[in-house]
Design a protein around this ligand. Structure first.
Ligand code: SF4
Length: 273
């Protein structure tokens, strides 16, 4: 019966990123500022009351910015100002620096190119199979569900030569989730130290990037960047399996350089700045 059912359903495994996948493009990423948005409605407004995580700032008239590393994707800003904010791309939302997570202006193109070239140079030996070690540094558990999904028949990361390992000594990439709980700081540092060169660290999720809603606090560091050096920053609460896979491929230099406009501009609305 199971064999017949399998034959009827055919191959479920995605062929992304070599081939487009409509589900990869359909997801929601962190919030972006829409192109040509009239931001006058935000002036003089209590932005802390609008955004619970303080991700939105207004530097001057028409100069609104969103820190995607702090966006918990609650949707309040989009519900209140749909003419200003929209959902960003679910894939290609990862960045090579914390500053690049600020849209519409983040890292300068020159600094970005330098970061990308250095990472490609460092990881050029990792072109075949790679092993991931995951550390939960105070996560709420949501990112873990998305990481585990990478192993199911739909995403099947083994097809790309990517495997999970229990030992940091066998790991090439460190996936870290959670806001950086103080109790996990030393185990996280020890895991990083135990990994062989060249080690790539990916902060998975908004909590790992910026600490989320309750950081920094007596119990958390405000993101894992305060504990270990981060190479790839992946916002999202939680990021989708496609987004996690795209962050891993970015860390391995198997994706084109993420331009600021491309990260924010591939939004579902197509109108991001
Ligand atoms: S979705 Fe929520 S957390 Fe993100 S910028 Fe908008 S209000 Fe802030």
């Amino acid at each position: 019966m199971w064999a017949l059912r399998g034959l009827r359903q055919g191959v479920l495994t995605t062929r992304w990123p070599r081939h487009p996948d409509e589900y990869a493009a359909a997801g929601r990423g962190p919030v972006v500022v829409l192109r040509d948005a009239d931001t006058s409605g935000l002036e003089g407004r209590d932005l802390a009351g609008l955004c619970p995580s303080g991700a939105i700032s207004l530097a001057g008239p028409g100069d609104v910015q969103v820190d995607q590393g702090a966006c918990i994707q609650c949707g309040r800003c989009i519900a209140r100002f749909p003419e200003i904010f929209g959902w960003g791309a679910a894939v290609h939302s990862a960045a090579l620096s914390r500053a690049q997570l600020t849209v519409p202006r983040g890292e300068s193109p020159a600094a970005l190119a330098e970061l990308s070239a250095a990472l490609r140079q460092r990881t050029r030996a990792l072109q075949r199979s790679v092993h991931l070690r995951h550390v939960d540094a105070g996560s709420d558990g949501s990112e873990e569900w998305e990481i585990l999904a990478l192993l199911n028949p739909v995403y099947d990361i083994h097809r790309l030569g990517i495997f999970l390992t229990a030992s940091p000594r066998h790991a090439d990439i460190l996936l870290v989730t959670g806001a950086g709980a103080h109790g996990m700081a030393e185990p996280l540092r020890e895991t990083y130290e135990a990994m062989p060169y060249p080690k790539v660290v990916i902060a998975v999720g908004t909590d790992a990037c910026g600490g989320g809603l309750v950081s920094p606090s007596y119990a958390t560091a405000g993101g894992i960047g305060a504990i270990v050096p981060v190479d790839v920053w992946l916002p999202g609460s939680p990021p989708s399996p496609f987004a996690i896979l795209s962050a891993i491929l970015l860390g391995l230099g198997r994706l084109p350089e993420p331009e600021p406009g491309r990260r924010a501009g591939a939004a579902a609305t197509g109108r991001a700045r």
